[in-house]
Design a protein around this ligand. Structure first.
Ligand code: SF4
Length: 342
C-alpha cells in the first residue's frame, strides 16, 4: 500500500481532469487531495479519495502567515509516500516538501520543478487528462485507454433530487432537453450567438441553461427569446455537482472552452465545444465518447492566448464572430443524430 497526496489547486477544469490520476493512484493505496474550496466541492463523494483537504489560496489560509495551518492539517494525515504535483507552482512544491512525502513528482516544465524528486516530461501533444495521469506511470507504460483518462464526478442523492425538483418545476422530469453553457471567465471565449442557437434548437428540444450567477444576464436574454415552457433556467441555482447531474441528463451540451465541457466529459454527455482564441490542441478538449469541436480554421492570429484574453487584442474578434449560429446548429444536429454505422 502506498499513500498519496495529490496537490491540485488550479482551475476547476484542471481539477476535474485530475480524477483519472486519482483513480489510478487509488488502486495502490489511500489518496488525499489538496484542492481549493471550489475544487473540493467538485471532488465530493469521489470514492477514490480518502480526504479532500481544502486550501483557500485567496482566503485566510492563502497568506504566508496562515499557510502553516494548511501544512499542519496535511501533516496530521501523513505519512505520504508520494506527493503528486498536479499544479506546478513553487508554493505547491514547498507545500509538498513540508508534508514530508519521500517522493515529489511533477512536470519538468513546472515553476516548482527544482523542488521535485522526479520530473515527468510535459507532453504538449497529449490531452491534459493524460498528462496528469502520466504522473503516476513509468515512461514505458502503455498509453491509456479512452476510459482510463475519462474524468468522473459523483453527484449525491441530494443533488439528484435537486435536479428532479428543477425539472418538475420546469414542466417535466422525462422530456428531453439540450443544455447550453454560455459563460466563461474569459470574455473572448464567450461565443456571442447563444440566443440565436437557443431559438433554432427550441424548435425540437427544450433548452436548459447552465452557469454561475455571473451568467444571469445572458441566461435571461436566452430565456426571454424562447416560448414559455421551453426553457429550464438553472443559472446560479445549482451546486457544481448538481450542474453536473443536470448536464448528465441532457441529450447534448453546447459549451465554450470552459468548465461545463469538463463536467460533460465526466458525465458522458455528448458535447459540442466552441473554441475561439484557444484550440483543442492545448489539451483541454471534450472527452465524452460522442463529441465534436468548432473553431475557425485558417485565422493567423489564432490561438492568441492559453486562456483567452478578456478582449480581442486586435479588436475584430473574428475567431468567434465568424462562427455563425447556422454552422453551430448544424454541428449540434450531428452530435444529436450521429450517423448510424453500416
Ligand atoms: S486575436 Fe484572434 S484569436 Fe485572439 S481573440 Fe482576437 S480574433 Fe480571437
Amino acid at each position: 500500500m502506498s499513500a498519496s497526496l495529490v496537490i491540485q489547486t488550479s482551475f476547476l477544469g484542471d481539477v476535474i481532469l485530475t480524477t483519472p490520476l486519482i483513480r489510478e493512484l487509488a488502486k495502490r493505496g489511500p489518496v488525499d487531495v489538496l484542492a481549493t474550496p471550489q475544487g473540493a466541492a467538485v471532488l465530493a463523494n469521489n470514492p477514490d479519495i480518502r480526504t479532500v483537504i481544502r486550501y483557500d489560496k485567496r482566503g485566510t489560509y492563502g497568506s504566508a502567515l496562515n499557510l502553516w495551518q494548511t501544512v499542519r492539517e496535511i501533516r496530521s494525515r501523513r505519512p505520504y509516500d508520494t506527493a503528486y504535483l498536479a499544479q506546478g507552482s513553487f508554493r505547491s512544491g514547498l507545500l509538498a516538501i513540508m508534508t514530508g512525502a519521500k517522493q515529489r513528482i511533477g512536470f519538468a516544465s513546472s515553476t516548482g520543478r527544482a523542488l521535485y524528486t522526479e520530473q515527468i516530461p510535459y507532453r504538449p501533444d497529449h490531452h491534459h487528462a493524460e498528462r496528469l495521469w502520466s504522473l503516476a506511470m513509468s515512461e514505458c507504460a502503455d498509453p491509456p485507454t479512452r476510459d482510463q483518462i475519462r474524468p468522473r464526478l459523483y453527484p449525491s442523492d441530494e443533488e439528484r433530487l435537486t435536479v428532479d425538483r428543477l425539472l418538475r418545476r420546469a414542466g417535466s422530469l422525462e422530456e428531453p432537453f439540450v443544455a447550453l453553457a454560455p459563460g466563461s471567465a474569459w470574455g473572448t471565449k464567450r461565443w456571442p450567438y447563444y440566443v440565436e442557437l437557443a431559438k433554432r434548437t427550441s424548435d425540437h428540444a427544450r433548452i436548459a441553461i447552465i452557469g454561475s450567477k455571473s451568467d444571469e444576464p445572458i441566461a435571461e436574454e436566452i430565456a426571454a427569446a424562447l416560448p414559455a415552457g421551453c426553457v429550464i433556467n438553472a443559472v446560479g441555482e445549482l451546486s457544481l455537482l448538481a450542474s453536473a447531474e443536470l448536464i448528465g441528463r441532457a441529450q447534448a451540451i453546447v459549451t465554450n472552452d470552459s468548465a461545463p465541457q469538463h463536467l460533460a466529459s465526466a458525465m458522458g454527455t455528448p458535447t459540442l465545444t466552441i473554441f475561439g482564441p484557444t484550440v483543442p490542441e492545448f489539451g483541454f478538449g471534450p472527452l465524452a465518447e460522442r463529441h465534436t469541436v468548432a473553431g475557425l480554421d485558417g485565422l493567423s492570429c489564432r490561438p492568441c492566448d492559453r486562456h483567452g484574453p478578456q478582449r480581442c487584442p486586435l479588436g475584430h474578434w473574428r475567431c468567434m464572430r465568424e462562427l455563425g449560429p447556422e454552422y453551430i446548429s448544424s454541428l449540434l444536429s450531428e452530435v444529436l443524430n450521429p450517423p448510424v454505422p453500416v
